[in-house]
Design a protein around this ligand. Sequence first.
Ligand SMILES: Cc1cc2nc3c(=O)[nH]c(=O)nc-3n(C[C@H](O)[C@H](O)[C@H](O)COP(=O)(O)OP(=O)(O)OC[C@H]3O[C@@H](n4cnc5c(N)ncnc54)[C@H](O)[C@@H]3O)c2cc1C
Length: 360
Amino acid sequence: MAGVAAAAALAPAGSVILLEMERTLAFHTTGRSAALFVANYGGRASRPLAHASLGFLESPPEGAADAPLLSDRGALWLAGPEQMDHLQRLADEGETSGAGSRLVDSDEVLRLVPALRPERVAGGLYEPSARDIDVAALHQAHVRIARRHGAEIRLSSPVRSIARSGAGWRLSTPLEDIEAPVVVNASGAWGDEVAELAGIAPVGLQPMRRTAFMVPGDVAYSAWPMVVDVDHRFYFRPDGSQLLCSLAEEVPDTPGDPKPRMEDVALAIERINQATNLEVRTVNSQWTGLRTFAPDGEMVIGEEPTAPGFFWLVGQGGTGIMTSPAYGALLANQVLGTPLSPSLLDAGVDPETTTPSRFR
Ligand SMILES: Cc1cc2nc3c(=O)[nH]c(=O)nc-3n(C[C@H](O)[C@H](O)[C@H](O)COP(=O)(O)OP(=O)(O)OC[C@H]3O[C@@H](n4cnc5c(N)ncnc54)[C@H](O)[C@@H]3O)c2cc1C
């Protein structure tokens, strides 16, 4: 998502080549998300990027998408009697980030999701404006905009070396060498490894596993919001006639193609069955993705101070889908040296909070 968002934002200003090591785009984390827009989520510095993305998500540029990118969902954080303090803290964060969320009592929680067990519910925090994202359509929207402006996308093209060439760079893949004045490192979990190819010190990215899976549901559940345990011990949400579920785990891993662990799926099912009367027993499909974080949990967007012409676009963590239009725009502002676009300014985006310089 980061690569195509950057390509879409940069292509109108010049020539762009996107190099992807896999045979298809979105094979890694981007194809493995929970597909949600939730304003009260993610790092403090990154939150304005979600607000700044809404304009694009609600009304994509002409011809970029054939159907709406967002659909109504809502998000409901759930607290048992011993978790009410945590709920208040989350409500305060929601208030600060303008999420429009409100505390609701146990009756309203049970009205929103009747399958919850009353004895497990003390209260909730409801964010009605949370939305489902059509991730494939959003990804395709960035691809369409990039291609319309002449960007080239090269698949099966792992970048193996990055060397200085005059004032710019020479990148090598097994198929070709490419000269470019500017390199954007949008390689997700591999961000530090790709920087090291260019002789640049890592920023300390940490990929974290998160597993999701589908279980049989019912179209009768389709109006439920996403339900998230306030301590992130599990979440679930309707997805057509299925439920998308997760343990919401954050377990350090290394860059790669992680596979689900049976015990993580089993633990999530146990917790969901304790909280609800859904009696989940079977799993239709399962996957694991890497949510990659910088040491302070915020995105890393901007020029490497020790290597002019090398730009970072990594550390999207758990919000790299819903913030993609805005971080693409911010990256383009940085590369082109243009003033922040009005949508970023209005949302309160501050490039100082995401600059790689904070690690140098
Ligand atoms: C279970 C789960 C739920 C999530 N839910 C949400 C959600 O609801 N909302 C949300 O906004 N976000 C969510 N996320 C987070 C979101 O998916 C990520 O933030 C986002 O996909 C990161 O995109 P990316 O482009 O940085 O990474 P990736 O999609 O991993 O892309 C990086 C790309 O770089 C390529 N690459 C690496 N090294 C090289 C090289 N040397 N040469 C060429 N190519 C290379 C890789 O092949 C890969 O395709 C979730 C993630 C998970 C795992």
